[in-house]
Design a binder for this molecule. Structure first.
Ligand code: NAD
Ligand code: UFG
Length: 338
C-alpha cells in the first residue's frame, strides 16, 4: 500500500517507516522536523536500502498538504505528527491544541477531499486517565485527562469516531500505545529527546552514558510491589509492527476500531533500573524524590484484542528493550548529531 506517514521522521515514525518498507509497503513522509532530524530518515534509507520520499510540510499548512496529495494517491495515512511533551502541554496548552488539533483537522479535511479515508492514529494509554480496570482492556472507560497533551489525544479519538460515523467510507484505527522505549537493533535509529528527558528510559540511558548524574525516582510510596510507579513498556519495533498489522484491519474495512498496543506486563521504575543494569552491565545511580504531579500508580494493558484480531503480539522483553536503548545511546550520545 502507498501510505502517507505524518511525523515519519520522529521516534516511532522512523521505526514504522522502516517496518513498512520491510513489509513491502511504500511510505511517503510528511514532517516539519520540529522535533526530529532529516538524518533519521537518511538512517532509515540506509537500513532499508531504499530512499524514503519526504516532504518538509507542516500539517497545519493546507496548501502544502494539497501539493503532496496532488503528487500521490494514498491508500492510507498513519498519523504520528504531533507534539508530545506532557509538562510543556501544561505550560503551553494553546501551542498543543493549535498544533495537534488544528493540524489534524487540516489533515483530515485534505484526506477527505482526496478520497483517502483510511487512517491509523497514534493515541495513548493516557486517555484512560487513572484506569478503572487493570489490566486495561479497550472496554475500560476513558478517564479524565490531566494535561492538554492527553486531552488532544482524547479529542482526536472522538473527532475521528464522529467523522467515520457520518461517512462509513472511512476506516479509523485508534492505537493506544503504552510506554514505547528501546531502539532498532542496529543502534542507528532511536529516540532523541530535546534537553532534559521527561521519560524514564532516555533519562536512564543518559545517566548510564554519563550525561546526567543520577536518576530521580518519582515516589516510592505508591501501592505497587516496590512502591514505585508501574508501567507497560513496549519495544518501539514491536509498536512499529503493530502499525503494519493494523493495515490489515483497514484492508478488511473495520469502521472505527480501538487497539491497545502493550505487552500486558507491568514493571516498576526499580524493575527497569535492575533490568537495565543486568542487560548492559552499567550501573544507574538513583535517588528517591517526591511523586511527580499527574502520575498514577499503575498502568498496564490487556493486549489480547490486538492478538486476536490483528495477529499482533509483542515479541521483545524488558531486557531486549534496555539492551537496544543502550546500544543507540552508546553509538549516538548526541542522537543523530554524531
Ligand atoms: P516524535 O516527537 O519523535 O515524533 C513526532 C513527529 O511529528 C516529529 O518528527 C515532529 O517533527 C513531527 N511533527 C510535530 N508537529 C508537526 C506538524 N505540525 N507538522 C508536521 N510534522 C509535525 O514523537 P514520537 O514519540 O515518535 O510520537 C509519535 C506519536 O505517537 C505522537 O503523536 C505522540 O503523541 C504519540 N505517542 C507517543 C508516545 C511516546 O511515549 N513516545 C506515547 C503515546 C503516544
Ligand atoms: N519516572 C521516574 N523518573 C524519571 C522519569 C519517570 O521515576 O526521570 C517514572 C514516572 O514517575 C513513572 C514511570 O517512570 O512512574 C514512567 O514515566 P514516563 O515519563 O516514562 O512515562 P509516563 O507513563 O508518565 O507517560 C508516557 C508518555 C505519555 C503517554 C503515557 C502512556 O510520556 O505521553 O506514557 O502512553 F501518554
Amino acid at each position: 500500500m502507498k501510505i502517507l506517514v505524518t511525523g515519519g521522521a520522529g521516534y516511532i515514525g522512523s521505526h514504522t517507516v522502516l517496518a513498512l518498507i520491510e513489509a513491502g509497503h511504500e511510505p511517503i513522509v510528511v514532517d516539519n522536523f520540529c522535533n526530529s532530524s532529516e538524518k533519521s530518515l537518511k538512517a532509515v534509507s540506509r537500513l532499508a536500502g531504499k530512499d524514503v520520499p519526504c516532504y518538509r510540510v507542516d500539517i497545519r499548512d493546507r496548501e502544502g498538504l494539497e501539493k503532496v496529495f496532488a503528487e500521490h494517491t494514498f491508500d492510507a495515512c498513519i498519523h504520528f505528527a504531533g507534539l508530545k511533551c506532557v509538562p510543556e502541554s501544561t505550560r503551553l496548552p494553546l501551542k498543543y491544541y493549535e498544533n495537534n488539533l488544528a493540524g489534524s483537522l487540516t489533515l483530515f479535511g485534505v484526506m477527505a477531499e482526496h478520497h483517502c479515508k483510511n487512517i491509523i492514529f497514534s493515541s495513548s494509554a493516557t486517555v484512560y486517565g487513572d484506569p478503572a480496570i487493570i489490566p486495561i482492556t479497550e472496554a475500560c472507560p476513558k478517564g479524565v485527562t490531566t494535561n492538554a497533551y492527553g486531552e488532544t489525544k482524547s479529542m482526536l479519538e472522538r473527532i475521528l469516531t464522529d467523522i467515520q460515523k457520518a461517512d462509513p467510507e472511512w476506516n479509523v484505527v485508534l492505537l493506544r500505545y503504552f510506554n514505547p522505549i528501546g531502539a532498532h537493533r542496529s543502534g542507528e535509529i532511536g529516540e532523541q529527546p530535546n534537553g532534559i528527558p521527561n521519560n524514564l528510559m532516555p533519562y536512564v540511558t543518559q545517566v548510564a552514558v554519563g550525561k546526567r548524574e543520577c536518576l530521580s525516582v518519582y515516589g516510592n510510596d505508591y501501592d505497587t510491589h516496590d512502591g514505585t510507579g508501574v508501567r507497560d513498556y513496549i519495544h518501539v519495533c514491536d509498536l512499529a509492527d503493530g502499525h503494519v498489522k493494523a493495515l490489515s484491519a483497514i484492508q478488511k474495512g473495520c469502521g472505527t476500531v480501538v487497539y491497545n498496543l502493550g505487552t500486558g506486563t507491568g514493571y516498576s521504575v526499580l524493575d527497569v533500573v535492575k533490568a537495565f543494569e543486568k542487560a548492559t552491565g552499567v550501573s544507574v545511580p538513583y535517588a528517591v524524590r517526591e511523586r511527580r504531579a499527574g502520575d498514577i500508580a499503575t498502568c498496564y494493558s490487556d493486549p489480547t484484542k490486538a492478538e486476536r484480531e490483528l495477529g499482533w503480539k509483542a515479541k521483545y522483553n524488558l531486557e531486549d528493550m534496555c539492551r537496544d536503548a543502550w546500544r543507540w545511546q552508546k553509538n549516538h550520545p548526541n542522537g543523530f548529531d554524531d
